[in-house]
Design a protein around this ligand. Structure first.
Ligand SMILES: Cc1cc2nc3c(=O)[nH]c(=O)nc-3n(C[C@H](O)[C@H](O)[C@H](O)COP(=O)(O)OP(=O)(O)OC[C@H]3O[C@@H](n4cnc5c(N)ncnc54)[C@H](O)[C@@H]3O)c2cc1C
Length: 493
């Protein structure tokens, strides 16, 4: 039986492990942290659970290709209760608010009432979100392994998407917002995702929710990761935690195995790097092995930006905050070189297991760019700690100013920055999604192969924009299909 060593126990690595075990390989996964899961994670503070990942899980609709992967992983299934939140989010401006509801008709009615002057664009937007509900990334097999029939089937399934692409082609989220006259509607459309993303990314994300294909598993990210780990172990897979990998051992254009930080050598027939690609090329192996197209992305950060978050979790009395996710203005807070004036506040009231009775967890996420990352990175340990505390106190004050009922009923649980992701997951600039796909800039779709090394493969959210859990899981499966192909076996898994 051939042996596969997988580096990294995030969702990509765990998925590769499950599919390796299901397809006749012996596999071992090595993780640097004491717990598996990578960015699909959660942790406890003062009797509360902080869920760090799933805002929506694409692929929760039965019958989709992604649902089949999640089910195979034991991530979701008939025995996992799903949360069907009623709103995508709410934006507030000058005392008025607008909401993107799960129910598209309700959204349309609300937006028309707020902005009759934008009626034409509102109708257009809603009808295109409806069309985008058919959008399903092809996750049965890698696109380069698809045959003509696969392409025909994909074309049929995605017919509505062609109209969406035609209408909103070459437009980013900021351009989309500018189509509307009403300032609140403009804010609503540009509030949630980075403004440089293609407009269609926003439409697809919202359609994922309205179509019922983007729900949340009860008990959140960590519980989902643990179900996948359970599946992997039941299949005979071996997990090693607290075992950072130093290097891949390469000899005569072939990997012989890996070497751990403690200098232990592990031999393997195949090595799968399921780490951030900046870690894969540069630390695990020489950066000269990096695909030229990927190198272009790293070398041109203006064309290929990434983002992270400055986040805070709070405990609050659960009857004092009624929104699911709300984005609002506040008096400026200086973070590094930037004044921040808008934040998103999400309530986890939907999952009672996250907080003691009578309480709920609220989370703030303030978008962070490369210059913010550089600011955090420039601080020494004490200054970093102080800055976090000062900013967290200012954010708490601003929340109370905007929601006075919370005064005396809100307590900070934790604050974490882009450096947290760098430290724990070796994430490039603290990013937790792949490169942002901007208009006029094509992000390469990478195959997960390594030039010149026939037995080294990559599984990672970084292989395909926008990244996230679906890409991590799909690339984990694809990597095993590529190895099966190399072994001359059927790839129809
Ligand atoms: C706040 C937040 C919200 C998010 N919300 C969503 C959402 O709603 N929906 C969604 O789809 N996605 C979401 N994501 C993104 C999603 O979590 C990630 O895209 C996904 O988990 C990435 O998986 P991965 O396996 O590719 O990488 P990672 O999770 O980064 O896993 C890589 C693993 O490799 C390990 N590693 C690194 N270097 C080494 C080494 N040298 N040796 C051994 N191990 C190593 C790391 O410790 C890590 O465990 C969110 C992420 C965050 C942080």
């Amino acid at each position: 039986m051939k042996k596969t060593v997988i580096v990294g126990e995030g969702i990509a690595g765990l998925t590769a492990g499950v599919y390796a075990q299901l397809n006749g390989f012996k596999s071992e996964i090595y993780e640097k942290n004491p717990v598996a899961g990578g960015q699909c994670m959660g942790w406890d503070r003062k009797g509360h659970h902080i869920d760090n990942c799933i805002h929506w899980l694409t692929g929760t609709k039965k019958g989709t290709e992604l649902y089949k992967i999640w089910e195979t992983l034991n991530a979701i299934g008939d025995d996992v209760e799903m949360i069907h939140n009623q709103t995508f989010y709410t934006s507030k401006l000058d005392g008025k608010s607008a909401t993107l509801w799960r129910d598209l008709d309700k959204t349309q009615r609300e937006l028309l009432q707020i902005a009759p002057e934008d009626a034409e664009e509102i109708h257009k937007l809603i009808s295109h979100v409806r069309l985008a509900e058919c959008c399903e990334m092809p996750f049965n097999k890698p696109m380069d392994m698809m045959n003509i029939f696969d392409y025909i089937n994909m074309g049929k399934k995605m017919a509505g998407m062609f109209k969406v692409m035609k209408e909103y082609d070459k437009m980013d989220i900021e351009d989309l917002g500018n189509r509307f006259e009403n300032p609140l509607i403009r804010k609503l459309l540009t509030d949630y995702m980075c403004k440089e993303y293609f407009a269609s990314s926003f439409i697809i994300s919202y359609a994922t929710m309205t179509s019922g294909n983007g729900d949340i598993p009860l008990k959140g990210s960590l519980a989902m990761t643990n179900r996948i780990i359970k599946r992997y172990k039941e299949l005979g897979g071996v997990l090693h935690t607290n075992k950072p990998i130093k290097k891949i051992i390469i000899s005569h254009n072939k990997a012989e195995g890996v070497i751990l930080n403690d200098d232990t050598v592990v031999h393997a027939d195949y090595v799968i790097c399921a780490t951030d690609t900046a870690e894969t090329f540069g630390r695990l192996m020489d950066s000269s092995y990096m695909d030229k197209k990927l190198k272009v992305c790293y070398e041109n950060p203006n064309d290929y930006p990434v983002f992270s978050g400055l986040q805070m979790a709070f405990s609050a009395d659960n009857n004092l905050f009624s929104d699911e996710t709300i984005i609002f203005d506040f008096k400026p807070i200086t973070i590094g070189n930037n004044d921040v004036t808008r934040m998103s506040l999400k309530s986890y009231h939907y999952d009672p297991s996250f907080a003691p009775e009578g309480k709920t967890v609220l989370q703030v996420n303030i978008m962070q760019r490369k210059d913010d990352f550089d600011y955090w990175k420039s601080l020494n340990k004490q200054d970093y700690k102080n800055a976090k505390q000062t900013i967290a106190e200012a954010v708490t004050d601003r929340i109370i100013e905007c929601f006075p009922k919370l005064n005396g009923h809100i307590e900070l649980l934790d604050c974490w920055t882009p450096l947290t992701y760098e430290k724990y997951c070796n994430s490039f600039n603290g990013a937790y999604m792949a490169f942002i796909e901007k208009k006029n800039i094509k992000i390469p779709r990478l195959k997960g192969k390594v030039n010149g090394l026939s037995n080294v493969f990559i599984a990672s959210q970084w292989l395909q924009s926008p990244g996230g859990l679906p890409v991590a899981a799909a690339t984990g499966k694809f990597v095993i299909q590529r190895i099966l192909k190399k072994e001359g076996k059927s790839i129809n898994i």
